[in-house]
Design a protein around this ligand. Structure first.
Ligand code: KIV
Ligand code: ZN
Length: 513
């Protein structure tokens, strides 16, 4: 029997971007969008165009480039947001406009300060404005998980009558339990007279670690779209993870009445790309995409897997895109081989100049590290795009770090501030600490260091280290990234990248605040 289709709606670039410090540039969004398209994601929510001019441009660029997936933008239910969103998605081959308004008593009273009847009117107006741009309209009653069932039935019936073609039920604060959430979807579909005129969708947050379980319960009760993010990125504890939903449905086809179109071999590359761009690393024991997800440590398990893989594995690592690190390029590879590999990875550089700069970086890296893997190329391109952000106020020119047993570690560096080179030095508890202190001597940012983490990009001691630095200042949180075969240099680059982001003061609105 042919299975029904489960629509995969990816919101990594919208809800995922709402994670503190995860904001993405236009180029980064384009790279992620291409990977999502390659993975056959049905709907890509590319951003919230009213958030900032930068996000408007990013959504517009994604809408122009993506051809095989629907491109969606988010808008609060007001005329300005809806029109801004409508303009941003206009160029898409298949556009969708997603508008939302809160429906729980606490949100209506305390956040919106609106009466329930006004909320209904506003939702209907927003859908009516949206129809001037597209017929593909999604409506979400925000905080549905804590909303009154009768009220939800009233507003959703009106939303469908007004023209919403997808009704998305968000558990905005991750409060619901699988059984209750499944029943909510069942009841809404049963009670709303025109419920069959819309696709039912769910959007679950992970505050209680139940986002995936709640989404799966909803699918069992008739939801045919799931909103999710790569690596489960998203506000607070994140959203339902795309890879977990897709693989649960694919692996348990005996239990689910539907399946997705996802090319699962693109899952691990997508996970790596998103963690590389955002600096949100993936925990080793994360299902599907964690480094240990297919590693067997216990001898008894190893023995079993060698005899027959399915004794301990319910999925095949290669089906989700794990492969042995593949040597792709080396120091003798030429420009054409480099360019061809970037094309295979779906990376398009904006100009010949950007290609020349990336090729130079590649050659410098190949001098230090003989074997260059796909992951190295991804990191190199991320670095290249960081350097080309308009916001580059500080730039690392050179760094010397010294550590010796029994001696106090020391760093000396030359940093360009708005083009003027300055030399500074400092001692610290280690070479990284000394470098950060030296940078602070010049920048004096007063920012608080929230996170410092180092990961190998590939394996081996000659691997590049990828460093994430998270800084907070005046209520803003930014992530800085840096990669190098020398982790002290990678750390300094990541710190400077974060300082540049703080300096750029680019502000974006969060749709839900
Ligand atoms: O969590 C939420 O309610 C949302 C909506 C905008 C769908 O992100
Ligand atoms: Zn959300």
């Amino acid at each position: 029997m042919k299975k029904e289709k489960l629509i995969i709606f990816d919101t990594t670039m919208r809800d995922g971007e709402q994670s503190p410090g995860a904001s993405m540039t236009k180029d980064e969004k384009l790279r992620i969008a291409r990977q999502l398209e390659r993975m056959h994601v049905d709907v890509i929510e590319a951003g919230f165009p009213a958030a900032s001019d930068g996000d408007f441009d990013a959504v517009k660029a994604v809408a122009t480039v993506v051809k095989d997936s629907t491109v969606c933008g988010l808008a609060r239910a007001n005329e300005h947001d809806v029109r801004r969103c409508g303009e941003a998605i206009r160029g898409a081959k298949s556009p969708r406009l997603h508008t939302f308004i809160a429906t729980s008593p606490i949100h209506m009273e305390k956040k919106l300060r609106m009466e329930p009847s006004q909320v209904i009117e506003q939702a209907v107006k927003a859908i009516t404005w949206a129809r001037e741009y597209t017929d593909n309209i999604e409506f979400s009653p925000e905080d549905a998980g804590r909303s009154d069932l009768d009220f939800l039935c009233r507003i959703l019936e009106r939303a469908i009558t007004a023209g919403a073609t997808t009704i998305n039920v968000p558990d905005t604060v991750g409060y619901t339990l699988p059984e209750h959430f499944g029943a909510l979807i069942h009841n809404l579909r049963e009670r709303i007279p025109n419920s069959d005129k819309a696709v039912w969708s769910v959007h679950c947050h992970n505050d209680l670690g139940l986002a995936v379980a709640n989404s799966l319960a909803a699918i069992m009760n008739g939801a045919r779209q799931v909103e999710c993010t790569v690596n489960g990125l998203g506000e607070r504890a994140g959203n339902a993870s795309l890879e977990e939903i897709v693989m649960a449905v694919r692996t348990r086809q005996d239990a689910f009445p539907c399946d997705t179109n996802i090319d699962t071999t693109q899952i691990v590359p997508a996970s790596r790309l998103v963690s590389g761009i955002t600096g949100f690393t993936v925990q080793p024991n994360k299902a599907i995409v964690g480094a240990n997800a297919f590693a067997h440590e216990a001898g008894i398990h190893q023995d079993g897997v060698l005899k027959s893989r399915d004794t301990y594995e319910i999925m095949r690592a290669q089906d989700v895109g794990w492969k042995a690190n593949k040597l792709v390029l080396g120091k003798h590879s030429g420009r054409n081989a480099f360019k061809a590999r970037l094309v295979e990875l779906g990376i398009e550089l904006s100009s010949e100049e950007a290609m020349n700069a990336a090729f130079k970086r590649f050659k410098d890296l190949a001098d230090k590290k003989h074997e260059i893997f796909d992951e190295d190329l991804q990191a190199l391109i991320t670095e290249e795009s960081l350097d080309h952000e308009d916001s580059e106020h500080y730039r690392l020119i050179s760094l010397t770090a010294h550590s010796e047993t029994g001696e106090k570690p020391f760093a000396k560096l030359v940093l360009a501030e708005a083009g003027n080179e300055k030399t500074t030095e400092a001692h610290g508890s280690g070479p990284v600490d000394a470098s950060f202190k030296a940078i602070d001597n010049i920048v004096k940012s007063g920012a608080e260091l929230l996170l410092y983490s180092v990961n190998n990009i590939t394996t081996g001691t000659d691997s590049q280290g990828e460093v994430t630095v998270r800084l907070a200042k005046d209520g803003r949180i930014v992530n800085g990234l840096g990669a190098d075969t020398d982790i002290v240099v990678a750390s300094a680059k990541a710190y400077i990248n974060a300082l540049n982001k703080l300096h750029s003061k680019l502000e974006r609105l969060n749709p839900q605040v």
